[in-house]
Write a protein that binds this ligand. Structure first.
Ligand SMILES: NC(=O)c1ccc[n+]([C@@H]2O[C@H](COP(=O)([O-])OP(=O)(O)OC[C@H]3O[C@@H](n4cnc5c(N)ncnc54)[C@H](OP(=O)(O)O)[C@@H]3O)[C@@H](O)[C@H]2O)c1
Length: 248
C-alpha cells in the first residue's frame, strides 16, 4: 500500500522525537483502514512491535513491517490466541463510511466486533485496551453513537484498563468535505448555548488522531481514561513533552 504525502510528512515529524523508552507489543484489529494504515507505520517507527489481525480477504492490506495474523474480528474464538504476548490491544474495526442508513451494520459489525474484542482482552488479561469510539452525545447519527456508547459501557463493566478515544470526524486524504464546515464551527464555538457541543463534536486531523493513539499506547492507564476532541488535539504536544522528559 503506497504511503500518502500526509503519512510521509507525519513519519518525518515522528522521526525527530526521542525514541520511546519502553517499546510496547501492540495487537491491532481494523489496521487495514484509514486510521490503522497511518497509525501502524508510526508505531513501528516509534519502536513498537505491531501484530495486526486481518480477515482472510484483506491479507496483504496491512502496512509493511507489521506481523500479520488472520481471523474473524466478529468472533473472538478465531483470534484470541494471537493477542498475547501483546501488552496493548487497539480495536479499530467499524463499518466503512458510517451514515444513518447503516444502523443494522453498526449492530452487526461495530457492536459485535467490540463485544468480541472486549471478550478477547478479558480472556487474555491484556494490560491495556484502546478503543476508538465516537464523540457523543450528538444531535445526528444516533444509531452510530448509541452503539459506541453501549460498547464503552461493556468495557467499563468488564473492568478493563482502557483508553477510550472519542473523535467525531477525522480530516485527511479522501476525508476532506467537512473542511467546508470550519467557518460554522468557528461561529458555534463562541455561541454560549452550543459552544460545548461544537467543541465536543469538533473536527480533528489525521495527524492529531494518530498522535493521540500513539500517546495512548505509550501511556497505559490503570482504570479508564476518556480522550475527547480537545485532548486528541493536544496529544501531539503532550507526547513530545513526555518523551523528552523520559529521555532526559
Ligand atoms: N475516520 C473517522 O473520522 C472516525 C471518526 C470517529 C470514529 N471512527 C471509528 O474509528 C474506527 C476506524 O476508523 P477508520 O476510518 O479507519 O475506518 P475504515 O477505514 O472504514 O476501516 C475499518 C476497518 O474495519 C475493518 N472491518 C470492517 N468491517 C469488518 C468486518 N465485518 N470484519 C472484519 N473487519 C472489518 C476493515 O477491514 P477490511 O480492510 O478487511 O475491510 C478496516 O480495517 C472505526 O471504528 C470508526 O467507526 C472513525
Amino acid at each position: 500500500m503506497a504511503a500518502s504525502i500526509s503519512d510521509i510528512r507525519l513519519l518525518l515529524k515522528v522521526k525527530k522525537l526521542p525514541r520511546c523508552a519502553e517499546p510496547r507489543r501492540v495487537f491491532i484489529t481494523g489496521g487495514t483502514g484509514y486510521l490503522g494504515s497511518s497509525l501502524i507505520p508510526v508505531l513501528l517507527e516509534r519502536g513498537h512491535h505491531v501484530r495486526g489481525l486481518v480477515r482472510p480477504t484483506s491479507k496483504g492490506n496491512l502496512p509493511g513491517g507489521c506481523e500479520v495474523v488472520t481471523g474473524e474480528a466478529l468472533d473472538a474464538r478465531t483470534y484470541q490466541h494471537f493477542v498475547r504476548p501483546s501488552d496493548t490491544m487497539i480495536h479499530l474495526v467499524g463499518v466503512a463510511h458510517p451514515s444513518p442508513s447503516k444502523a443494522a451494520e453498526f449492530r452487526s459489525v461495530d457492536f459485535v466486533s467490540a463485544r468480541e474484542a472486549v471478550k478477547a482482552a478479558a480472556a487474555t488479561a491484556v494490560p491495556h485496551f484502546i478503543y476508538l469510539s465516537v464523540a457523543h452525545p450528538a444531535p445526528v447519527m444516533k444509531a452510530y453513537t448509541s452503539v459506541r456508547a453501549e460498547c464503552e459501557t461493556m468495557i467499563r463493566k468488564q473492568g478493563l484498563n482502557a483508553t477510550i478515544l472519542r473523535p467525531w470526524y477525522v480530516l485527511g486524504p479522501g476525508h476532506k468535505w467537512p473542511y467546508a464546515l470550519l467557518p460554522v464551527y468557528k461561529v458555534a464555538e463562541v455561541l454560549p448555548f452550543i459552544r460545548q457541543g461544537a467543541i465536543r463534536l469538533g473536527l480533528v486531523t489525521l495527524e492529531q488522531m494518530v498522535m493521540a493513539l500513539v500517546q495512548a499506547v505509550e501511556s497505559p492507564v490503570q482504570g479508564l481514561k476518556v480522550v475527547d476532541v480537545p485532548a486528541i488535539r493536544a496529544a501531539q504536544d503532550s507526547l513530545a513533552r513526555e518523551v523528552t522528559l523520559q529521555s532526559a
